[in-house]
Design a protein. Sequence first.
Length: 580
Amino acid sequence: MNPQSPHQRPRPETLAVFTEWAAGRHPDRPALRFREAGGGWATVTYAGLRDTVRRTARGLIALGIEAGDRVAILAETRPEWTYAHFACLAVGAVVVPVYPTAGDEETTWVLADSAAKAVICEGPAEAARVEGLRGKVPALAHVLLMTGPCEGRAVPLADPGARAESVPLDDLRARSAAVRPGDDAELVYTSGTTGLPKGCRLTHGNMGAVQDATMHLIEGGPGDRTYLYLPLAHLLAQLIQFSTLLYGGELCYFGGRIEDVVGELAEAQPTHLPSVPRLFEKVHSVVRSLAEAKEGGGERFDAAVAIGVLAADGELPPERQGEYEAADASLFSLVRAAFGGRLRWALTGGAPIDPAILDFLRACGIQVFEGYGMTESAGVISLNHPGAVRYGTVGRPVAGCEVKIAPDEEILARGPMIFPGYHANALGTAEALDAEGWLHTGDLGALDADGYLTITGRKKDLIITSAGKNLTPSHVEQAIERARIVSHAVMVGDRRPYPVALITVDAQETAGRGPDEVHELVRAAVEAANAQVSRPARIRGFAVLPQDFTVERGELTPTLKVRRKAILERYAAEVEGLYG
């Protein structure tokens, strides 16, 4: 399908009528695809999606959910998340996504700060967690269950209280029609690399502006399939959900186990894949390791990628066509098959990805587009896309979004996708939005002559050494993390004489290696990174930590961003040892 402009591809005025709108255009096409209990795949049509959302929404009305009420969703990515999401929006409620990995303190804060009236839980375990917090969440009246037996006060999501039929369909339609673009659709809490998360108010108009700005950049239509394993609690996954269903595609949910994602891709055969960089890094690492296991394999791998990039860029000399065909048969086609054989559009964001990995995938015939956004911008500010790609950047600002760089290099953004402010936090709103409507992102960056945006660091992460040198940690951290042996690198050095690093290693890459060999490989990675940065930014010492960072221990956000403060507190002794 050729890209279309926003006015050529209409969308519903609000998300409240989204499933009605979509079913009116593609009633019999498959909308959702998911694993059944027996392991096979099941599908739901657009008409079936609409009917389930109708039934669920009428049940919410019967339960007493009013327009403007906050309803939290605490579950992994699954079709019931989508049903709950659209049902809440249809009745005019405000959705509050909660990460299943969030600890009790963060979950309590989100539910209490948002004054959630109801929580929709994945199963009995999550419901039991919420019940244990009920005393600290005074507004909470209902706990609903997506799956499993209902115990205590919990009721089933499919038809809470079995009273859905008591609510006329016209009542639901009236509720949906009453929702306006300026009404809040979601209250999304930032992942909080420092302090408690803030609740970002996002309106139906904010979400619609993102679709207007991006839909004509995404080549998609009926027959296309998006594989979704990212958490739907994160805005990127939700935006992909909306986009897929807007253009009449099929949304395919992962089976629930992150370790099965690579295997499922071959089976699901998606055309579109949103992902964090880690998935692509893993595929590249495994393929390169297999190549290097053979004598001269590393050199042959690099040569194959180089010729594949020439072909991808349309610069392959005719006399080298045979080399390309041999590389395609022995390597590129196998990688395409691992992704299902149909993948033509992949999106990554949230963290930088090594250009070498992008070249590898491009050589295989898989384009990965980097984008940039934040919750406060409804998920999107800039995007690489077919026809406008510059590797090493996060693309040009999308239509309707202005971007400028402040004198201190902070990225500022303005447009209809920018949020109206934080919930019950006037001070935070004033710090984020200036009088002219510019969002102060907190990220540092630069715009090139062609308008492509590059992220250079995070304003709050700047390190000032005791010698007065200003250092941006991300530069050297990303350089160290290019080594396959390294999982995470965290620069330390604020008010210290020189920078050092805390490093975690990849379990697969270290399997079968002794501590001394691992240390030497990490040392080589640090030295290679030091050669790429200025002298003051060079790492003078490092510690290899005994375990990788995890979300569960609070060292990573649910979107896998490093929580620097938590890491420095946990490993304070190791840091002191490096300076001792």
